[in-house]
Design a protein around this ligand. Sequence first.
Ligand code: UDX
Length: 342
Amino acid sequence: MSHAHTKLAGLYAYPTVIPEIPANKDAKLVLVTGGAGFVGSHVIDRLMLQGHRVLTGCLDNFYTGSKRNIAHWADHPNFCLLSHDITDPLLIDVQFDRIYHLACPASPPHYQSDPIATLKTAFMGTLHMLDLAKRTGARFLLSSTSEIYGDPQVHPQPETYWGNVNSIGPRACYDEGKRVSEALVYSYTGVDIRVARIFNAYGPRLSPSDGRVISNFLTQSIQGLPLSVYGDGSTSRSYQYIHDLVDGLLLLMESQYSLPINIGNTCEYNLIQLANLVIKITGSASDIVFAEAPIDDPHRRRPDISRAKEILGWEPKWDIEQGIRETAEWFRTISMELRPEI
Ligand SMILES: O=c1ccn([C@@H]2O[C@H](COP(=O)(O)OP(=O)(O)O[C@H]3OC[C@@H](O)[C@H](O)[C@H]3O)[C@@H](O)[C@H]2O)c(=O)[nH]1
């Protein structure tokens, strides 16, 4: 599919007005944990637009998600929102076909702000959702992460790489947490499982206070503030647009493959390149300022996606300029809406 006709069209649209949803004779009953979050809300959009029935659980306080991310579905008969903390068992008598287990804070400042809550979500949350999958016979997809590779000594990272993680560092609650989630999934018996190792993702609905680099750079450049580059600017990541990620997650769920699969973009950018790209795309007059690098910040990261290509026939379709342009449009809209009345 070309970039031109995926651009904010059809299933890739960010729905503000809900279109007529065609009847789906293969409609599934799907639970999405973390549905108000950045990734979860986009997965819900896609499933709803395909005519599936979706139940999603979110915390009462929408810890790192936002009600507005799913508000457009609130009155739809195929949609149900449940207030639930997955660190408690979910005892409901519903026969789910699929469970997308996406609940977990994912931004380093967020997941480090309450490391015990992050670890509890990774361990107890995943265990409870596996229990639910077993009770209901649902297929279960775990959203794992590229962070399980730690500060990688193998580059790019294939799924067979075991990683280089500091088990006592400030990132451990998340990277070791997700490693435990994977261990749980592969130790558990009687559930049909899928595991996606998600590399850095961005797009509309990232919160301006998310703290991850694309959110920070866009917020700063739109406000004309200097872009905060941590370290000397040589640290690299490979950034995927949210619609590519959702494509990959849905294909993986419906595949017959149970080992982990990397879902990410292979175009790698260092922080200076990324900052300059954001400045160029937003037409900003912002400069760059350098700040200390976070402890244990992985120095580079790029997925080997041979497995996703071969097994799922998946590869990213969106280039970073197009993705950042659309994300910037969304950040501009948000910043206008949040602006106090003059
Ligand atoms: O304002 C900022 C924020 C971040 N950064 C740097 O940008 C790079 C990327 O940082 P991010 O916080 O966006 O994301 P990280 O790669 O560190 O972690 C992410 O990895 C993959 C996912 O599973 C998670 O979403 C998250 O843990 C890091 O080198 C970070 O130090 C900046 O230079 N400036």
